[in-house]
Design a binder for this molecule. Structure first.
Ligand SMILES: [Zn+2]
Length: 354
């Protein structure tokens, strides 16, 4: 991966963006995209839309959500411990013993989710698999409530401690790969389209509030009014213990973007993605989805009078934990695929189904 691109990705991953508090990450996107964007627009909801060839008649939207799951401070106890609620679908099983950062007004406050020592746990507590977030606490080291309240305010957001760990074979591990990798791919695809002088208008949307109901995609799609809208999001890898299913389509890290087929994807869009992948020898996999998707494609498809939707999934292990894992090569291939897709649209291409 190009150095500038990798730096951009790592910057996204180390910038907090808990749902509803995405402004810092939009700044990162803005400063990277200004190098190639023909237009850039923010909206009242928080979305950032980067346009390449924006005046073209045919418009394609590439959506990657910039928000990440996190926590919200709901209570500060007399002893100075901080209690939180989940912001999005946190996997509470991984809370005890994890590092967190509260993104407070005066700067980041470090803390840890505490845990009663194993020695002191009752028989019942030891056997208990379910962790209750309401009974979990963050220890920031404050002596008491008064000290904690000087640093942390009710309603502040927190995330798992951010940071990227590089594993072997181009794998990276970080909280919030969901969906900063999708955002990265959307922006990189737009950059490639700008270098290739595409005929269509390409709009990379850094959408907000996906994790609480695909909300940013709804407002962004309305504004862009695209003919085609593709969501780029993480998808469940099936190559780690416990996820294998011999009868389901496999999804492997490093095997390329997973092209979605199903009612949430316009068949022409899926077909064009598959043929672009084949033509340019981009490794890819198929993701059959008989149900509607739980990502931005769901909202985009029914925007205004309907959009030719599609989605590509970036294989991801350990989703919604602080140790999500993706393959950098999948990201590069996804961006390439989307750029080739955009370039393959000709005057004859017709996405209408009836
Ligand atoms: Zn996501």
């Amino acid at each position: 991966m190009r150095k500038e691109s990798k730096d951009f990705l790592f910057q996204l991953l180390t910038t907090p963006s808990p749902t509803g508090y995405e402004q810092p990450i939009q700044k990162v996107v803005k400063s990277y995209a200004k190098g190639f964007a023909d237009s850039m627009e923010g909206d009242l909801h928080g979305n950032l839309i980067i346009g390449v060839n924006p005046k073209a008649k045919r418009r394609i939207m590439l959506a990657g959500h910039c928000d990440q799951i996190g926590f919200m401070v709901t209570h500060i106890a007399n002893e100075g411990y901080v209690y939180v609620s989940a912001l999005g679908g946190i996997d509470t099983g991984v809370l005890p013993g994890s590092h967190v950062t509260i993104h407070a007004k005066k700067g980041p406050i470090h803390g840890v989710f505490g845990r009663k020592p194993i020695h002191l746990q009752t028989e019942e507590e030891r056997g208990k698999a379910k962790i209750d977030i309401d009974k979990s606490w963050i220890d920031i080291g404050a002596k008491n409530k008064k000290e904690a309240e000087k640093l942390v305010q009710i309603g502040d957001c927190a995330t798992f401690k951010l940071g990227v760990t590089e594993l072997r074979n181009n794998l990276v591990c970080s909280p919030g790969l969901d969906d900063k990798v999708g955002l990265f791919v959307a922006v990189e695809a737009a950059r490639l389209c700008s270098e290739a002088n595409v005929n269509v208008g390409v709009f990379a949307a850094s959408t907000v509030q996906e994790e609480v109901g695909l909300r940013g995609a709804r407002t962004a799609a309305y504004a862009i009014d695209p003919e085609v809208g593709i969501a780029i999001d993480v998808t469940f890898a099936t190559d780690n213990p416990g996820t294998e299913n011999p009868k389901a389509a496999p999804c492997k890290l490093g095997a390329g973007p997973a092209i979605v087929r199903g009612p949430n994807a316009n068949p022409e869009v899926a077909e064009l993605l598959m043929s672009a992948a084949k033509k340019h020898k981009i490794p890819h996999q198929l993701a059959p989805s008989p149900k509607l998707l739980g990502n931005d494609a769901n909202a985009i498809q029914v925007s205004r009078a309907g959009v030719a939707a599609g989605s590509i999934g970036i294989p991801n292990r350990y989703m919604h934990t602080q140790v999500e894992v993706c393959d950098l090569v999948d990201l590069e291939n996804s961006a390439k695929l989307l750029a080739h897709f955009a370039r393959s649209i000709t005057a004859k291409t017709d996405f209408r189904l009836a």
